[in-house]
Design a binder for this molecule. Structure first.
Ligand code: MGD
Ligand code: MGD
Ligand code: SF4
Ligand code: MO
Length: 820
């Protein structure tokens, strides 16, 4: 039996319910929602003047009626100390999602902390410290005094490079302008920390260096461009599952031919050709399936390339398109440089590319024509290029990223309606920090930690135990080092702070590591930590972020954080203040002076401080004005405040000027060089299965809230691994059997999901899952700028056991759909 929520009746939202702007805190798309709250002893009625939606609810409602909400959109939470009803439902008037929810966002309410309804009781409510051999609650002052004394001790005795930091660099939950600034001001303003890494890569760098080096910011178009494009080129993105409502609300209408009027309005004439879409992905995804169903198979080309060979395909497209003369010469001359050099360096024949990618010459030639062959009458084809982790965390990612931007520039598709060359994105964005003070390439933090470097590690909202590369080795080293400190701590009286700090320092000098985790729930890495600090998250604080088309909004605080949890920015401020105090106590006044400027009373103070310093031109952006902009916000950068509205920018580079000194975008030489790393080449030879990894619609990656949600845990007690049925038969596997995935990097487990569309010996495993970490088998190799290579991993698979009890009731049907 599938999971059922035991709810038979939900209250009607009353007329006078309070209303808040909310942006879903999960993915980059940033769908608009409204939160409604009202006192626990009241509810609305069926008459139009008794409910928030002004609708006669005594009558039968239509499917997808706006006045309806699902059980997952409801909870009872605390607001200013009182219990209130809470409904969080998608906003019809938000242009991003037009009322659509997703299986993640639609659960925001039930994923809230509620003592009345027993949801997310795992949330951290108090600072916790390692005391008497286990984690115990304590006060903020006690916890932060210990953090400050050990951190100051390490810096004083071992140098600033012995403070290691892991911090998200994004928006939405665990981030936003407030919190990236709070942490940024502390670690790059007051301190000059070089041994710092970002949540999803083991160094402090850009995921898309190449695009930026070429002068092209990676979020340069708007979602409407997907409605206006003649051709969408999707490389290594599974948008239906990972940017769900961007795909459903902006790609699908174009695929269905429903945006013809929009195109006519924008371009002055109706398109002469229905839209086409090219999806480059070694596996068949449900995105491919949806495109075929909605646009018709003849409009969709799925290029199932060999893993990690995108660069060869992109260079072949570039070469062929230039040969055919399907390039935008005027744009190239006016707005770019180095075209000829790049063309010569990147030369790749169709035949050679076919041999490398496993595609046919005809597929490459036809897809090139879909991208760039002029339309009837010679009009330029408008192509939009979109990419995400299948390119970013794949083989030779710097060059591959550059090669895609080359193609978009050559065909004149950046800065124009229906174009763009963009990341699809991961989390929302919300970056406001001083510059990283370290070198390029930055320091490989995981490697240094494994090698015994560093004395203290501050972690902000990342769970490397589940989500880093080389995770198995990382965890072994990390546990060993943090255990040295834990064991030592048990030998000193907790109450004697001076002796405790001395004991910890001595343990650190013996190779130990003192670890501090700031998170909203106990994570896997927090099991190794000595101090855990409870953070408030989106909705429990005011939080700003921008989405994949740079649309900035404010999520308003609609409920209290659990217990003593605080916004991250205010935690950073408290750490700064405690460090200042300890430094002064030790007579280090000059150093202590660096920790000034953290007197924020609330998150808005942190926002104004950071956003205004880091975003030139946006000084008129305030919470009050953002509130007025509702769930539609404005698109960054802000250019003016007029008639009570913040005026933003629909597209970047509409004037043909790029982010280089001379304003010209630079083409990049991106020569194909096979699998970039020798160890990956050896791995491919040695192990039989490709262990591709990524996401699924239901789960938010590390499953930090999902792990305590019955609905999700019923569906996925273990991560799945998609396998070809014949491969399964050879290993005597039935659907749902528990398998071990292993190689020299480590081992992990998953349940086998028979997938007839999977190529032989090609698997795809859900990554980052609490009950099976795919990162355990990922090699430590990174590119020249320290970007990991998650997607190219090879290993062996063996059966561990028949389907465990919690798996036996699950369906293993195909995830694809068909229209009857
Ligand atoms: N094998 C493999 N590995 C991968 C990838 C892959 O494709 N394959 N993808 C990589 C990518 S792109 C990413 S983004 C990472 C994801 O890795 P992470 O960023 O580590 O994962 P998340 O689930 O986004 O959240 C991390 C933590 O943030 C905490 N958190 C949530 N809200 C808040 C808050 O408001 N404040 C604080 N302080 N903490 C909060 C959560 O409880 C959780 O523990 O994984 C990477 N690893
Ligand atoms: N449901 C859900 N949505 C999410 C997230 C989530 O956890 N769950 N996480 C968010 C985050 S932080 C991120 S970064 C994004 C990631 O969004 P995506 O990048 O779309 O997600 P992935 O599943 O990591 O990878 C996409 C595809 O890359 C393909 N791929 C693997 N190897 C190659 C290759 O060599 N070449 C090409 N061209 N493709 C390859 C995989 O088969 C996979 O289908 O999703 C965001 N949205
Ligand atoms: S598509 Fe992304 S932003 Fe929108 S509701 Fe789903 S998870 Fe949230
Ligand atoms: Mo990500």
């Amino acid at each position: 039996m599938a999971y059922k929520r035991q709810i038979d009746r939900l209250p009607i939202v009353p007329r006078d319910a309070r209303e808040f702007n909310v942006v879903c805190h999960y993915c980059i798309v940033g769908c608009g929602y409204k939160a409604y709250t009202w006192p626990i002893n009241k509810q609305g009625g069926a008459a139009p003047d008794e409910n928030k939606f002004g609708v006669d609810l005594s009558k039968q409602q239509q499917a997808e009626a706006a006045a309806w909400y699902a059980p997952s959109m409801y909870n009872i939470v605390r607001q200013n100390g009182e219990d209130v009803h809470l409904v969080i439902k998608p906003d019809e008037d938000c242009v991003v999602n037009s009322g659509l929810a997703s299986i993640r966002g639609a659960r925001m309410a039930e994923m809230s902390y509620s003592r009345a309804r027993n949801t997310q009781l795992q949330r951290l409510t108090n600072p916790m410290v390692w005391r008497y051999g286990q984690m115990q609650p304590t006060s903020w002052d006690d916890a932060l005094d210990l953090v400050a004394r050990v951190t100051v001790g390490v810096i004083s005795e071992m140098g600033e490079d012995s403070l290691f930091v892991s911090a998200y660099d994004h928006g939405g939950a665990g981030g936003g302008y407030e919190n990236t600034w709070g942490t940024g001001k502390l670690y790059f303003g007051a301190l000059k920390v070089k041994n710092i890494r970002i949540h999803n890569r083991p160094a402090y760098n850009s995921e898309v260096h190449a695009s930026r080096d070429m002068g092209v910011d990676e979020l340069n178009n708007c979602y409407e461009d997907a409605e206006l494009a003649d051709t969408i080129v999707a490389v290594g993105t599974n948008a239906l599952e990972t940017q769900t409502n961007y795909f459903l609300n902006h790609w699908l209408p174009n695929l269905r031919g429903a945006t013809v009027a929009k195109k006519k309005a924008e371009f002055g004439s109706a398109p002469d050709d229905p839209v086409r879409i090219i999806v480059v992905d070694p596996r068949r995804t449900v995105t491919v399936n949806a495109c075929e169903v909605e646009a018709g198979k003849d409009r969709v080309m799925h290029l199932a390339i060999n893993s990690g060979t995108d660069l060869a395909l992109l260079n072949a497209w570039f070469t062929y398109i230039a040969e055919k003369g399907w390039i935008d010469r005027a744009f190239i001359a006016a707005s770019t440089k180095n075209f000829d050099e790049a063309l010569a360096a990147n030369k790749m024949s169709l035949e050679e590319a076919a041999q490398i990618t496993g595609l046919t010459v005809d597929q490459i030639r036809r897809s090139a024509a879909w991208i760039a062959e002029p339309k009837a009458g010679g009009a330029r084809r408008r192509a939009m290029f979109a990419y995400e982790k299948g390119l970013i965390f794949s083989n030779d990612n710097y060059r591959t990223n550059g090669a895609l931007v080359n193609l978009a520039l050559a065909t004149g598709n950046i800065g124009r309606p229906g174009g763009g060359c963009v990341r699809m994105g991961g989390h929302q964005e919300g970056y406001a920090r001083p510059d990283y003070p370290g070198p390029r390439p930055a320091h490989y933090v995981d490697k240094l930690l494994i090698a015994g470097k560093g004395g203290v590690h501050h972690i902000w909202g990342c769970d490397h135990y589940k989500t880093t590369l080389n995770a198995f080795k990382f965890k072994q080293a990390y546990k060993k080092r943090t255990d040295i400190v834990k064991d030592a701590m048990m030998s000193a009286p907790y109450g004697d702070r001076a002796r405790m700090v001395k004991t910890i320092m001595a343990a650190i000098k013996k190779g130990g590591l003192f670890a501090v985790d700031v998170d909203i729930v106990p994570s896997q890495i927090s099991q190794a930590c000595h101090v855990c600090l409870p953070a408030a998250t989106s909705g429990e604080m005011n939080l700003t972020s921008m989405n994949g088309e740079r649309r900035m909004r404010l999520t308003e605080r609609y409920m209290d954080p659990p217990g003593q949890a605080l916004p991250d920015c205010l935690i950073a401020a408290r750490i700064a203040k405690h460090m200042e105090r300890v430094l002064r106590e030790q007579g280090k006044n000059k150093y202590a002076d660096r920790f000034k400027g953290f007197d924020w009373k609330n998150e808005e103070d942190a926002f104004l401080d950071g956003y205004h310093q880091q975003n030139k031109g946006g000084r008129f952006v305030t919470y009050e004005r953002l509130r007025g902009m509702g769930t539609n916000g404005f698109q960054e950068p802000a250019v003016a405040f007029e008639d009570g509205k913040i005026i933003g920018s629909k597209r970047l580079y509409a004037d043909g000027k790029f982010d280089t000194e001379d304003g010209k975008a630079a083409f990049m030489p991106t020569k194909w060089r096979g699998l970039q790393f020798a160890d990956k080449r050896a791995e491919r030879k040695r192990w039989p299965f490709l262990i591709n990894s990524g996401r699924t619609n239901h789960i938010w990656q590390s499953a930090y809230l999902d792990q305590q949600n019955d609905f999700v845990m019923d569906r996925w007690p273990y991560p799945f691994i998609e396998m070809n049925p014949q491969d399964m038969a050879e290993l005597k596997l039935e659907a749902g059997d528990l398998v071990e995935v292993y190689n020299d990097n480590g081992s992990t487990q998953a349940i086998a999901y028979p997938t007839p569309t999977a190529k032989r010996k090609h698997t795809f495993m859900l990554f980052g899952y609490p009950s099976g970490v795919q990162g355990n088998v990922v090699a430590p190799g990174v590119n020249e700028l320290l970007i990991p290579n998650f997607k190219q991993t090879w290993g062996a698979i063996r059966k561990i056991a028949e389907a465990p009890e919690g798996v036996r009731h699950l369906t293993f049907k195909s995830m694809e759909y068909a229209l009857a």
